[in-house]
Design a protein around this ligand. Structure first.
Ligand SMILES: *Cc1c(COP(=O)(O)O)cnc(C)c1O
Length: 815
């Protein structure tokens, strides 16, 4: 294992400070100190980083259009096991480690669950010693910074590189790759073969920025390679023979610069709604082409036969954004390696696997063929040929036109990316048991019936090192005191905690720790928002992107209902509650923004009403992201997982919260189903429609929100609050929400689940008063959270997908 003594560390730190900044330590800013510390750590790991990248066995390449890493310093120190010596060394130099930890920027290169999952996967791949690397985009601006102004979400551009650099990254100009856009394709006869010539294309340089991904106590250091788009410098104002419509003028040079740099300029701030945008398509090809070219370049250097690629390389497509990996790999195998179609197709499909992340129709990517054809002429030809051959297969096998229509890759002048992924890969997985079942039985049924062996489930997880060990050290230490530290490498051992479920002193310790965490969060809230919250109140937490299907609306309408009950009956039995929300809305998602305004307006009213504000407080944290999640989750008593059943593919905040001892309040949706199976009905609070009921409503109708509204006094009361001025200053937003519920018949069954939800909340109110029982539930949640570590998820990917049939698979089967 790499390591460093305190003495050596202090020396290196001072030397680096002089060479980087030519100043004494006492003059340095926290940012400078942090940059020096990052350099010292990179020096410590440099040799191991290089050695890990000398490929010995099969490598996994994980393509994802977002990686939501979170701050790296603390987790790197934890994984390297050098936190203590560094903390002490810094202290002797007069520096507080925690100040540097907090000085790090939190790169928001992802929207939410998808990007965070990819980050947790990198952590687990390294910790399981898998040579697994990430490929993504180095966005100049990540997800916008959210501010609230008069309760409205305002989006400020995220400027995570404002410090001039990201201290963990290493740029590698010698590994840059050219990605070609637009132009024309010419097929030239060359002896017996057709040679493909791409003329008049626009070259864009993909510049790799590498971030080390450090395994836990194991010397493995993998790489997250993020590509930045740049001009190909020799073409800037000089050799412009390739660029279309390029006269060599200054204006053209600028236009070219803009064209190239725009591609990695900004993260598309939407992870669920489909909107066709040329720029997004450029981004998708940009990073998949760079990644695939990079993989093949590295493979060629090993001098192995290209036909054995699948033995050395596994390529994983996370959701459909990297779909173009499939035609891009085909392009290289056909045009550069000169393989036949059949050979190339076999290698491609055996190398690539795909994870589906949603069943929501509007989030299924489809691209107009004209757009692909113009932007990526050669890629389009290949997609067309994949489609042509697949259609022959379908026509041969099926008569049902409807079914075939549904399965075609090109349909209605669109390329259906999910269909291309399914046809072009050897494994398709969903992300929780219910999600995979719905894929098989509903959304992808025809594909499943055609090739059932390709389909499998891989329930998501979370990196317990970040989400428990690093963010909740007190709880982590208690667990180790009770059951030893083997759980850190094998989280199923958390189960050993169950033997303390009747041990009052352990339950009290658990309660104390939760209370400490709540005090810390209360201080933070007080300092940041100037709102006093009571650490003895129930901390009820809903943190996730704002989307109608996640139903923050259900939560806030129930809070309004409680408010009315308290006003009508001041003796109403209610434990004090602090409702905590954290959520960003996509900038163009008007309803979601109305809901933000609504929550903020209700918060404003209730928090300032002395008749109730000892009982209810509502905190909507600004700019929710990984760092805030790390503060909030250890302090949560309740995790709200209240999506419309069938809509949440998995969810992962549910796992983070349970692992930190929160009780899950949930519909039986996504991975909540598995949480329920793990903890049993005594340790989770369930409510709401079943998946079957939702499917039936969607298929046969029969739900009337208006009827409910008219017949249920309490529902009517809170729905009317949207439009009757009771909550001030939200006429048009209130009307918008009202219409979504009443006029458009409540697509997400908010009102349908309302009564049931309110009962579940009342049950929690009672349970919390039986403190020992509550603490026992909390303990049972922690004890049964082990299977939700991404170590489990990744070992399943390894043995069932990436290394299936490989010798080294042995290693993962044993995990
Ligand atoms: C875990 C996480 C998510 C995912 O939350 P869900 O409730 O599963 O949607 C989103 N954002 C951040 C910052 C996270 O850490």
């Amino acid at each position: 294992m790499v390591t460093i003594s305190k003495k050596k560390f202090k020396q290196s730190f001072e030397t680096k400070m002089y060479s980087l900044y030519a100043q004494p330590i006492k003059d340095a800013t926290n940012e400078q100190l942090l940059s020096v510390l990052c350099c010292v750590i990179k020096d410590i790991i440099a040799k191991r980083w290089i050695e890990t990248n000398i490929d010995k066995e099969k490598e996994v390449y994980y393509f994802c259009i977002e990686f939501l890493l979170g701050r790296q310093l603390k987790s790197n120190l934890l994984n390297l096991d050098i936190e203590d010596s560094i903390r002490d060394g810094l202290k002797e130099l007069g520096i507080e480690l925690d100040d540097l930890i907090n000085a790090e920027t939190d790169p928001a290169l992802g929207n939410g669950g998808l990007g965070r999952l990819a980050a947790c996967f990198l952590d687990s791949m390294a910790s399981l010693k898998i040579n697994g690397h990430g490929y993504g985009i180095r966005y100049q601006n990540g997800l916008f910074e959210q501010k609230f102004v008069n309760g409205y979400q305002v989006e400020v551009p995220d400027n995570w590189l404002s410090q001039g650099a990201y201290f963990w990254e290493t740029v590698r100009p010698n590994k840059a790759i050219v990605v070609k856009f637009e132009g024309e394709i010419e097929l030239v006869k060359d002896n017996d073969r057709l040679k493909v010539k791409h003329k008049n294309y626009i070259p864009v340089m993909a510049m790799p920025y590498d971030i080390p991904i450090i395994g836990y106590h194991n010397d493995t250091i993998n790489t997250l390679r993020l590509w930045k788009s740049e001009i190909q410098s020799r073409d800037f104002g000089q050799n412009t023979s390739n660029a279309k419509n390029y006269s060599g003028s200054y204006e053209d040079a600028l236009a070219y610069k803009y064209y190239a740099e725009e591609i990695s300029q900004v993260l598309y701030p939407n992870d669920s709604n489909y909107a066709g945008r040329l720029l997004r398509l450029k981004q998708e090809y940009f990073f998949t082409s760079a990644g695939i070219q990079d993989i093949i370049r590295k493979y060629r250097r090993t001098k192995q036969d290209i036909k054995s690629l699948q033995n050395k390389v596994a390529i994983h497509i996370n959701d459909t954004h990297p779909t173009l990996c499939i035609p891009e790999l085909m392009r290289i195998l056909l045009d550069e390696e000169g393989l036949s179609w059949e050979e190339a197709w076999k290698i491609t499909t055996n190398t690539i696997s795909y994870t589906n992340h949603t069943i929501m129709a509007e989030a299924m990517e489809k691209w107009p063929i004209d757009m692909i054809k113009t932007l990526l002429p050669r890629i389009y030809m290949i997609i067309e040929e994949i489609n042509r051959r697949y259609n022959l297969y379908l026509d041969d096998k099926y008569n049902d036109e409807n079914k075939k229509q549904h399965m075609r890759i090109i349909n209605w002048d669109n390329v259906n990316m999910a269909n291309l992924c399914i046809v072009g890969s050897h494994s398709i997985n969903g992300v929780a048991a219910l999600h995979t079942k719905l894929l098989k039985k509903e959304v992808l049924r025809d594909f499943y019936e055609d090739k059932p062996e390709k389909f499998n489930n891989k329930t998501n997880g979370i990196a317990h090192r970040r989400w428990l060990m690093s963010s909740n050290p007190e709880l982590s230490d208690l667990i180790t005191d009770l059951i030893g530290d083997k759980w850190k490498k094998d989280t199923t051992r958390l189960k050993d905690l169950e033997k303390y479920k009747l041990n009052t002193s352990v339950l009290n310790r658990l309660d104390e720790i939760k209370h400490h965490n709540k005090e810390h969060l209360a201080d933070f809230i007080n300092n940041t928002y100037n709102v006093q919250v009571n650490p003895n109140s129930i901390f009820d937490v809903q943190i996730k992107r704002l989307h109608a299907y996640k139903r923050q609306l259900l939560n806030i309408l129930n809070i309004l209902d409680l408010y009315h009950e308290l006003l009508e009956n001041p003796n109403f039995d209610m434990q004090p509650r602090t409702f905590i929300f954290g959520a960003k809305a996509a900038p163009g998602y008007y309803l979601a923004k109305c809901i933000i305004k609504f929550i903020n307006s209700v918060a404003d009213k209730i928090n300032n009403d002395p008749r109730v504000n000892e009982k209810i407080k509502i905190i909507f944290v600004e700019n929710y992201g990984v760092s805030l999640a790390e503060k909030i989750i250890p302090a949560a008593n309740i995790g709200e997982q209240i999506s419309t059943t069938t809509k949440e593919a998995s969810g992962t905040s549910n796992m983070k919260l349970m692992m930190n001892g929160a009780i899950t309040l949930a519909t039986l949706d996504g991975a909540n189903v598995e949480i329920f199976e793990q903890v049993g009905e005594d340790n989770i609070i369930l409510f709401g429609l079943s998946a079957q009921q939702v499917l039936d409503y969607n298929k046969y109708g029969g739900y009337s929100a208006l009827d409910l509204y008219q017949s249920n006094r309490r529902i009517k009361r809170v729905v009317d609050d949207l439009i009757n001025g009771f909550i001030p200053n939200m006429d048009s937003e209130g009307r918008e929400i009202y219409n979504s519920l009443i006029t458009y018949n409540d697509e997400y069954f908010v009102l349908r689940d309302m009564e049931n939800y309110s009962e579940a909340q009342a049950k929690i109110n009672k349970l919390y008063q039986r403190k020992e029982q509550w603490n026992r539930m909390s303990l049972m949640n922690i004890a049964n959270s082990g299977i939700f570590s991404t170590d489990r998820t990744i070992s399943e990917y390894a043995k069932d997908i990436w290394f299936k049939g490989c010798e080294i698979n042995e290693k993962y089967i044993k995990l």
